[in-house]
Design a protein around this ligand. Structure first.
Ligand code: ATP
Ligand code: MG
Length: 292
């Protein structure tokens, strides 16, 4: 495959395995506008159309303010004030369905409950699922271990660092083994080493749970390390500027991957696409901010 991306062109080439997979969600012509305090209309998202396959990991890159979190809130069902259509096809008819959440979200800022200890913060995510006590303990041990917090089960959020609190929020979402996992810059608050370890762990978990994942990040290397496809968004109003298929298999090693020449050239191509849009969003050229 070629690693050259044509600006403003949507590249929609899928690995054969994914092309044959069922659709998990189909977003058609999605738009979202907000009213500012002065009553001006701020168009945050426009003409977003995207088909996500089951078990696919889609990363979303784009400049600050281009509507990434707005899109995630809509997909999480927290904002219904959008235009366009979203068709869901997540239902799973097998014995594990009652033990898995339909969708779980990790938000951009940590979202732990300060009055609950780490273990309770995780277990609260499982309430509502038909998970027996023994299975709940297994998941708590597994996912807290995985984010490196086994020794902090009884600690309260105020006793943890910001990065640790974010890891609690990640463990809580993962423990629900959701059919759809929505993540908004989940690793941004972590140090570089922990981030790499977590990236490798996420790949391992997703291959086990086969979750469909929408993963927002500012980190191009992270998008290449984790995703099957990468969506690049324009400056506000956020539109889809390009979609890049990631040519690496899922059994990738996130550190070794960085040595591959194709990783470097894709990273450079994606950076050019994103940098153009970051420039647009910073100098405001062509797009006017509504007056407050
Ligand atoms: N509730 C709201 N009311 C008014 N405007 C909003 C609201 N939520 C978001 N916006 C505006 O919509 C635009 C997109 O915001 P959003 O948070 O989705 O961006 P983002 O891409 O997630 O940015 P970042 O990378 O900085 O997290 C911004 O201009 C923001 O000011
Ligand atoms: Mg955001």
């Amino acid at each position: 495959m070629t690693s050259t991306l044509a600006t403003s062109q949507i590249v929609e080439k899928l690995p054969t395995e994914l092309a044959q997979t069922q659709t998990a969600l189909n977003i058609s012509n999605l738009g979202r506008s907000f009213l500012t305090r002065k009553g001006a209309v701020l168009e945050a998202l426009s003409e977003i159309s995207l088909r996500v396959r089951r078990s696919e990991v889609v990363a979303v890159l784009g400049p600050s303010g281009c509507g990434k979190s707005s899109l995630l809130r809509i997909l999480a069902g927290l904002d219904e004030d959008y235009t366009g259509e979203i068709d869901w096809n997540l239902e799973q008819i097998d014995s594990s369905a009652a033990q898995r959440l339909r969708s779980a979200t990790v938000f951009q800022s940590d979202s732990t409950f300060p009055w609950m200890n780490v273990e309770k913060n995780l277990l609260i995510g499982l309430s509502g699922l038909r998970v027996e006590a023994q299975e709940a303990s297994r998941r708590a041990a597994r996912y807290l271990g995985l984010v490196g917090l086994s020794g902090f089960r009884g600690a309260f959020p105020h006793e943890l660092s910001g990065g640790m609190r974010q890891r609690v929020a990640i463990a809580r979402a993962l423990a629900t083994e959701p059919l759809l996992l929505l993540m908004d810059e989940p690793l941004a608050a972590l140090d570089a080493q922990t981030r790499l370890v977590m990236q490798q762990e996420l790949l391992g978990i997703w291959s086990e749970t086969r979750s469909t994942v929408i993963y927002i990040t500012h980190d191009i290397g992270e998008a290449l390390a984790l995703a099957d496809r990468i969506v690049v968004m324009t400056a506000r109003p956020g539109r889809i500027k390009a979609i890049q298929t990631v040519p690496f298999g899922r059994d990738r090693d996130v550190v070794e991957l960085r040595r591959e020449p194709e990783f470097g050239s894709l990273e450079a191509d994606l950076w050019k696409l994103v940098a153009d849009e970051v420039g647009q969003s910073l100098d405001g050229s062509g797009r006017k901010e509504p007056k407050e």
